[in-house]
Design a protein around this ligand. Structure first.
Ligand SMILES: [Zn+2]
Length: 456
């Protein structure tokens, strides 16, 4: 049922780690949300862009959400509010970060309701909610979100996407900038870090942080070298090579007591900074951390927008969740997996691979008649909003001819062999390990995110 559970056993070698949960909420959950939430189904689109300086300080507000779920019901709570000087994120496109994701946080003016800032993302909790375990157990997931620090009282809302592709409001809280319980950590010691690629002011550039997981202090030199490799792998791959001057890359130096990461299916448990382990949701290759609060606490005071975690392990695996983080291992043997996972976490790209025996698209987390939010997948429900403009004259849609080398709409994608369509027959980083590039549709989607997030 869950993509990560079914992945890892096929020739398509990518474990499916992104949260592509289109039909996340069962009818039971929909009912629960309808009963418990403030009950607004909104299309968070077409919003007027706010002027950054009018509404926000040059300061970050971190809201430490905790998402919990059980038996089809989900709950949102807040652990703590934290602030620190500087805002590294978007200043130009406050309501548009790119793909919409499975969830979003929306900041609104308390007085007028004007939409001020939107942060789309996907979450591990939403993925877990469709596992069998969620029927018999309750779990909580730390999910801190960064927003610019408001100058006036605001409302912060959390939306989850329902099975029809609509955002459903699940939580709302007023936040006052004068609240004495917002913990200001501006003066605290900042974790050791170093810019290993600096294109400009962090307030302007897109800031990537690289964190080590399972590197002991004795392996510091290895980490320094691996971080350099990560930067080179990423900017050696199109289209990121074209955008190198729009990014900063910051190496963060946090070291673990043990060397290596936990591998439960081998009964190996390590003491590491982020507590990452394989076998997430019992899927062997699925490597994640749930210590999100620790992760963000480490990063307090460092300018960051996207998080890349490198596990010191030669066990194959990883995961990438949109606007959340990506985690990968064995960058020496599988450098392309790093780029694939970054496609998930940075640009919200979906997996373009599929399984021949996986025909039921509802099992693949997509719904017939609902256009996926991922820019490189379609159910042909609203193909015009996707890449119809990139299909040359003479190429049929859907595209049934495997010999067509151009962009079309080939059936099979997002795990499912039926009902979901991908842009090219085979040659894309989101499809297989052998490709050397992203397809034109994925390249365009990545470029769009860069343009939206780079502050001019
Ligand atoms: Zn692609």
């Amino acid at each position: 049922m869950l993509c990560v559970v079914t992945c890892g056993t096929t020739i398509n070698s990518y474990f499916c780690a992104v949260v592509n949960v289109q039909n996340l909420f069962s009818s039971q959950m929909d009912k629960r949300l309808i009963l418990t939430a403030v009950l607004a189904v909104v299309a968070v689109t077409g919003l007027r862009a706010a002027v950054y300086d009018e509404w926000f300080e040059d300061k970050t507000l971190r809201i430490d959400f905790v998402f919990s779920g059980h038996g089809g019901e989900s709950f949102v709570g807040v652990d703590e509010l934290v602030s620190f000087n500087g805002w590294a994120g978007r200043r130009d496109n406050l309501l548009d970060a790119g793909p919409e994701g499975n969830a979003c946080v929306l900041v609104k003016d308390l007085e007028t309701g004007e939409h001020l800032y939107k942060h789309p993302f996907s979450s591990l909790m939403q993925e877990w909610m469709v596992t069998d375990e969620a029927e018999v157990a309750a779990r909580s997931f730390e999910n801190p979100v960064l927003v610019p620090f408001p100058k006036k009282d605001v409302i912060v809302e959390v939306y989850f996407r329902d099975s029809y592709g609509d955002y459903v409001k699940s939580y709302a809280q007023a936040v006052s900038p004068d609240d004495i319980l917002i913990k200001d950590v501006s003066g605290k010691d900042v974790t050791n870090h170093e810019f290993i690629h600096k294109s400009g002011d962090p307030r302007k550039c897109i800031d990537l942080v690289l964190l080590p997981e399972g590197y002991s202090f004795a392996e510091r030199d290895k980490w320094v070298e691996d971080a350099r490799k990560v930067k080179d792998i990423l900017f050696g791959h199109a289209p990121f090579d074209s955008y190198e001057d729009k990014f900063n890359v910051i190496r963060v130096d946090t070291f673990s007591f043990d060397s290596g990461v936990s591998v439960p299916h081998e009964a190996v448990w390590k003491s590491t900074v982020l507590g990452a382990h394989f076998d997430t949701f019992y899927s062997e290759r699925y490597l994640t951390t749930r210590r999100m609060k620790s992760l963000h606490t480490i990063l307090e005071g460092i300018p960051y927008e996207h998080i890349i975690i490198i596990a010191n392990s030669d066990v194959y695996g990883g995961g990438g969740i949109y606007n959340y983080y990506m985690l990968t291992s064995d960058i020496d043997n599988y450098p392309q997996v790093l780029v694939h996972e970054f496609g998930h976490s940075f640009a919200g790209l979906g997996d373009e691979y599929y399984y021949e025996d996986f025909e039921d698209i509802s099992l693949a987390l997509y719904k017939k008649g609902v256009e996926p939010w991922e820019p490189n997948l379609t159910t042909l429900t609203d193909f015009e909003s996707k890449w119809a403009d990139l299909v040359p004259d003479g190429v049929a849609v859907p595209t049934n001819d495997a010999e067509v080398k151009e962009v079309g709409a080939f059936e099979g994608g997002g795990n499912a062999s039926k009902g979901v369509f991908r842009p090219v027959y085979d040659d894309c980083r989101m499809k297989n390990n052998e490709s050397k590039r992203f397809c034109p549709v994925c390249e365009r989607a990545i470029g769009r995110v860069v343009e939206l997030q780079y502050n001019k």
